[in-house]
Design a protein. Structure first.
Length: 275
């Protein structure tokens, strides 16, 4: 059973480096969990209007003056922006600071070059974080204490479920599965829409049927204690319409094989990007 997310009221201070879509989703989740806006500093050269509004509530946005070390620094910039953003984060990282990075493909070793001796958590969330329904996988370096690991879990739980791995080498497969995975699901909805149109349905109805079917099946999968394979079998009557469709999807070179190949390709690309 997943650990119940905890309120964040006790966190002393947090610096968010980058407030794009994912950073903003995390920020919204932290505030909902009780983190006081006055304890948050955001470094974002192009802040959205919502971030500027929070600044009027006490959040520190691109503050001037000498930075002080924070309890937690969260790096939420795009990987290609790391070289430009990380030097500005360094003054906020002290001996007791926890650094949490959600930059895809940027390894703990890479982060340790910018923050020598720091406690570092590398995390991979996915886009359903925008509605609080993401899943994040995290891995920590040896400097991370039990207390800091709990802090990281509570912060990441603000955008959805959290899983931990001990082997950083798994992160490329994680990215290929859950990080890139929403695109696979959206592609399925696209393909179902096109197939329905080809079968004669009006485009609008086809799109609505595909969208609600994917969303509903996903919610059933989330709530049910049954494995995905059992749920699939429960829908499939012998010699029925679903069986006819699955015979095509599960045949040689079909859906199973394509998804396995896709995840393998994404994993390989992740390793290439990480160097």
């Amino acid at each position: 059973m997943a650990r119940k997310p905890q309120p964040l009221k006790s966190l002393a201070s947090l610096v968010l480096i980058g407030a794009g879509k994912m950073g903003s989703a995390m920020l919204e989740g932290w505030l909902a969990r009780g983190l006081n806006a006055r304890k948050i500093t955001v470094i974002e050269p192009q802040p959205a209007k919502a971030i500027e509004a929070l600044a009027r509530r006490g959040l520190k946005l691109n503050p001037k003056g000498k930075p002080a070390p924070a309890a937690v620094v969260v790096v939420a910039v795009k990987p290609q922006g790391a070289a430009e953003a990380l030097p500005g984060a360094t003054p906020y990282v002290g001996k007791a600071t926890l650094v949490v990075s959600i930059m895809a493909g940027r390894t703990i070793r890479f982060l340790e070059q910018s923050f020598p001796g720091a406690a570092i958590v590398r995390a991979m969330p996915n886009t359903p974080a925008a509605i609080g329904r993401g899943i994040t996988v995290a891995v920590a370096n040896r400097k991370v204490s039990a207390r800091q690991r709990k802090q990281a879990s509570d912060l990441l739980a603000a955008i959805g479920a959290v899983e931990w791995v001990s082997d950083e080498g798994l992160m490329d497969a994680v990215t290929a599965t859950s990080g890139s995975g929403p695109a696979y699901v959206f592609l399925l909805a696209e393909a179902m829409t096109q197939g329905a149109i080809a079968a004669g349905l009006p485009p609008g109805l086809a799109a609505r049927l595909a969208r609600e079917t994917v969303a509903g099946a996903g919610e059933l999968l989330r709530r049910s204690p049954l494995d995905a394979a059992v749920l699939r079998q429960n829908v499939t009557s012998p010699a029925g319409t679903t069986a006819a469709a699955l015979e095509v999807l599960m045949g040689p070179g079909g859906f199973d094989s394509l998804v396995t190949q896709a995840i393998a390709a994404a994993t390989k690309r992740g390793k290439e990007l990480a160097g």
